[in-house]
Ligand binder design. Structure first.
Ligand SMILES: [Zn+2]
Length: 489
């Protein structure tokens, strides 16, 4: 009997081994189209040092989006826009320009073939403020636009004036070279991306009313990551989705009163219990797109045991998930995250709170909806006497864009030219971009900047010492000239 079980076990292992081997040998990352059928137009080589000086000038316009819009200096936006016009004359000659939604820009470079779907390219004008008290930590003042040590320094160098200027540099080179697009090129440049994106919304509404359905939209949000996970080397991470955003207010009401005679039920305690219960009930992790595509693409490149793992999710799915969930960045790709961020009790140390409240910030995975969050939070607190409300209208996650479409292939081809040999992987942006508003006027939406950044370097976005290397600026300009000439030529 024991011998029979032993034989059956050996047999089962042999079958498992054969399946693993077969899956590994035949493994192709699911649904990722290569760019082999794209005939890439040659780039126009930019004068990178001159472009760097111009990016420096762009940074000197203090288009700072403050949380309170009344504090914004709108003349900085109008100054910047006038500067764009004089600095990029050929591009402005070729394109029609209009201002939408206060100070956002909508440009069109009319294509000769109206049967072709347009493409939409984005880059926002505004920047976040410098955190008060950190000014002295900057190697060069944040709004001086200094070019030094092979880089352009200042707030917005990467996010997102670097992109916007690279785009205009590319369009200027194309227009000056006599390029005539077959496909219409639309440029959307929001003025308030960092505080909600009303400008991009206005542009989207206008395009929608005109019946525009673009082949693809390209915005900021990801890059060529030089130390990508799994491969521990460069990878072209093209974001195909963006998480949703919701903030839940949890309120515990109580009678209040003097803290010298506390009743059994105190609002702060009830609130603490509720927040703890909600946080303890984490959303399950899920190996779905785009995270699964990220793992597959990078593992296929890595080869060896990683490839065996990625080719056999039926056996190793749990292992992949637990490995990824080991870091906050990896976990954020796998589920809706729960972050209790603010708590408030009474206004004084010897006063019991009448309504203690906490705010919980959620970032929604593409498969969850805000209604799921509310339902899960309510279930988690059981019969604790707390009330729930949305702090503001929740934003659902974006759709997941195709990794097989013509837009994907075009983008992939132009990106691969700037990082030859690097694998291409889909990705999900955990923050927000203006491009989310254009989902109805675009077949697919991608978020990618053709610059090389390490994971550590991404910390300077919204942080201290934001800068972009002149090499990266040149890379982005070349990328735009290639992409536009290939997609619209
Ligand atoms: Zn940005």
């Amino acid at each position: 009997m024991r011998k029979k079980i032993g034989l059956a076990l050996v047999g089962a292992l042999a079958v498992t081994g054969a399946v693993l081997a077969y899956n590994t040998v035949t493994f192709e990352p699911a649904g990722l189209a290569d760019a082999s059928d794209i005939r890439l137009a040659g780039p126009i080589e930019p004068d990178a040092n001159a472009a760097a000086q111009r990016l420096g000038a762009a940074i000197r316009f203090q288009t700072i989006s403050n949380q309170d819009p009344a504090r914004n200096r709108m003349d900085e936006w109008s100054g910047f826009q006038a500067w764009l016009q004089t600095t990029y004359p050929a591009a402005h000659q070729a394109m029609q320009r209009e201002i939408v939604g206060t100070a956002s820009l909508l440009y069109r470079w009319q294509g000769s073939d109206p049967s072709l779907q347009p493409i939409i390219l984005m880059g926002h004008q505004d920047v976040v403020p410098v955190t008060p008290g950190t000014e002295k930590d900057w190697r060069h003042p944040p709004f001086a636009g200094v070019v030094a040590d092979g880089a352009v320094w200042g707030r917005g160098a990467i996010d997102d004036k670097g992109s916007l200027i690279a785009l205009f540099e590319g369009l200027e080179l194309l227009a000056a070279s006599g390029f005539k697009p077959k496909r219409t090129i639309i440029v959307v440049s929001g003025h308030d991306e960092e505080v909600g994106g009303t400008g991009a919304q206005a542009a989207a509404a206008k395009l929608k009313a005109e019946g525009v359905k673009a082949l693809f939209t390209l915005d900021e949000g990801s890059a060529i990551i030089t130390d990508a996970p799994i491969v521990n080397g460069p990878a072209i991470m093209i974001a195909v989705a963006e998480k949703g955003y919701a903030t839940l207010r949890v309120t515990a009401r109580a009678p209040g009163g003097h803290s010298s005679m506390p009743p059994a039920e105190i609002g702060t305690v009830t609130l603490a219990k509720a927040i703890t219960a909600i946080h303890a009930d984490q959303f399950p992790t899920r190996l779905d797109q785009p995270a699964f595509g990220t793992v597959q693409a990078l593992a296929a490149e890595k080869g060896g045991f990683m490839k065996v793992v990625a080719a056999n999710p039926w056996l190793f799915g749990g292992l992949i998930k637990s490995q990824m969930a080991g870091t906050p960045a990896g976990a954020a790709q796998l589920h809706t995250t729960i972050a209790p961020t603010m708590l408030q009790g009474s206004p004084k140390e010897n006063v019991l709170p009448q309504d203690a409240f906490g705010l919980i910030n959620y970032r929604l995975a593409p498969w969850d909806r805000s209604a799921d969050i509310m339902a899960r939070a309510k279930a988690a607190v059981g019969d604790l006497p707390v009330e729930f409300s949305w702090e503001r209208e929740p934003r659902e996650a974006s759709p997941v864009s195709s990794t097989r479409s013509q837009g994907w292939k075009l983008l992939r081809a132009a990106a691969e030219a700037e990082a030859p040999g690097a694998p291409v992987a889909p990705f999900m942006v955990v923050g927000g971009t203006d491009s989310r508003y254009l989902k109805e006027v675009s077949q697919d939406t991608y978020r990618f900047q053709a610059m090389q950044l390490s994971t550590k370097e991404t910390a300077m976005i919204h942080g201290t010492n934001e800068h972009i290397s002149v090499d990266n600026l040149a890379r982005m300009i070349r990328f735009f000239t290639r992409l536009v000439a290939t997609a619209a030529g």
